[in-house]
Design a protein around this ligand. Structure first.
Ligand code: IMP
Length: 433
């Protein structure tokens, strides 16, 4: 099987876990390459629902190796809780590996996240408050603590004390807060370190071996293209690289080992947190999508902002990720609308028409979406298993999306369960192309 990157093509929450779970049946390894416990996804197996924040969705397949790679920032307490919960439900963890090079999130990162958000006033990003931005900032500033150091008791104590001294100076002098206590953190986090130590290794070498052997590695993205620190709607982004390029940076694999990139998108658009969202619907249609699609965050429970599908954004995602295919999901949520819309361009304040995403989208308040309106379908489609059985108008919607973005739609998801999937192109799923 091919080495395939699965990437979110919108602003996250596209249900990447489901397609990863599907591909994982044939691969030998699933690798989570970026983000932290700001992400959250659910996989439904039979009657059981599993929720993940850090552990790759592939963990439900006992014969697969699952890797949390270098590009992830891992909160040890959350990770231990997630692993213990999985183990309590009978899921085997012997196939999990954690990179010694991934950075860890500590209590001062969460406090920093909260204080920095507060100080942004009206320009809040709407972060998940999990300490993600501060942890990546420390990584770039070269005072982050990596997993390999964390599980070395002496080294961790020394590093923590040194980093915390400068963090506490900021907490007390700038924000007028109480300092954090190094000993209290040490005694709690040593327990996590002991639990995690057996899983920690040099994962870059393992991933290389699996990718080069042709047994199939699935690179599991978190968040989505438009939340990328460089290519997203900056500054309303996360602090990592959710895009396909992030899978290389975050694992230590070179581009020539990648066979294909599958983007995942909903049949409409959602976003959590602040920032530009041209097709957002602040009306009963947006509310109807939210209710029908259960659009509330897995991690924070926040109501997601909802709107029509934006093909301009999708085309951009195709370009910056080099998408070979699209997995289109949540099509069932559009059932019942008299008509459905797809944004095919933006009208700018000076009257010009844009058909490509402008790089300054985040600060463009003058853009109005230009829509194509298609007839809707009334039938519920969540139990349909064949393309031919879909209502004609649902098929036409999929065809039009495919035409607009110029890459094939290879799977359709009609609900969260494994069986609620229509495979349109098995060859692409096998070969990545
Ligand atoms: P942070 O990643 O917690 O720093 O949050 C930065 C921005 O990314 C905020 O708008 C969050 O709502 C958004 N974000 C982070 N992770 C996710 C995700 O998994 N899904 C959707 N939005 C996310």
């Amino acid at each position: 099987m091919a080495n395939i990157i699965v990437v979110g093509a919108q602003w996250g929450d596209e249900a990447k876990g489901k397609i990863v779970d599907y591909l994982a049946q044939r691969g030998s390894m699933v690798v989570r390459y970026s983000g932290g416990n700001n992400a959250g996804h659910s996989v439904i197996v039979g009657e059981e629902e599993f929720k993940f924040h850090l552990v790759p969705a592939g963990i439900l397949h006992p014969d697969l190796l699952c890797v949390i790679a270098d590009g992830v920032v891992a909160d040890p307490g959350i990770l231990v809780k997630e692993l213990k919960a999985l183990s309590d439900r009978g899921v085997t963890l012997s196939n999990l590996k954690i990179s010694a090079a991934c950075h860890i999130i500590l209590p001062y990162h969460r406090l920093q996240d909260e204080l920095e958000e507060e100080s942004r006033g009206d320009e809040k990003i709407g972060t998940t408050g999990r300490g993600i931005g501060p942890a990546y900032a420390d990584k770039s500033a070269r005072h982050g603590i990596r997993m390999g150091e964390f599980i070395d008791d002496e080294r961790f104590a020394a590093r923590l004390k040194s980093v915390l001294a400068s963090k506490n100076a900021v907490f007390t002098k700038v924000y007028g807060r109480e300092p954090l206590d190094a000993d209290a953190i040490l005694s709690e986090y040593r327990e996590y370190a002991k639990f995690l130590a057996p899983f920690v290794t040099d994962t870059a070498a393992l991933i290389y071996e699996a990718a080069a052997s042709g047994k199939g590695v699935i690179f599991e993205g978190a968040q989505g293209t438009l939340l990328d620190i460089d290519l997203g709607t900056y500054p309303y982004v996360t602090s990592s690289h959710p895009i396909a390029g992030g899978a290389l940076l975050g694992t230590g694999i070179g581009p020539t080992l990648i066979d294909g990139v599958i983007g995942v998108a909903k049949s409409y658009t959602t976003r959590v947190g602040a920032g530009a969202f041209p097709t957002e619907l602040n009306d009963e249609t947006g509310a109807a999508i939210r209710e029908k699609g259960h659009e509330y965050g897995t991690t924070t429970g926040r109501a997601r902002r909802c709107g029509w599908l934006d093909a301009v954004i999708l085309k951009y995602a195709c370009r910056v990720n080099g998408l070979s295919a699209l997995a289109l999901g949540h099509l069932d949520v559009l059932s019942g609308f008299k008509e459905v819309k797809i944004c095919v361009g933006y009208q700018s304040g000076d009257g010009t028409r844009l058909s490509d995403m402008p790089s300054n989208l985040a600060s463009r308040t003058d853009l109005t979406p230009i829509y194509e309106t298609l007839p809707g379908w009334t039938e519920e489609i969540d139990q349909i298993s064949q393309w031919e059985e879909l209502p004609h108008n649902a098929q036409a919607f999929v065809h039009r999306v495919q035409e607009l973005i110029g890459v094939p739609v290879v799977t359709l998801s009609l609900g969260p369960a494994r069986h609620q999937t229509i495979i349109l192109n098995e060859r692409v799923l096998q070969t990545g192309k």
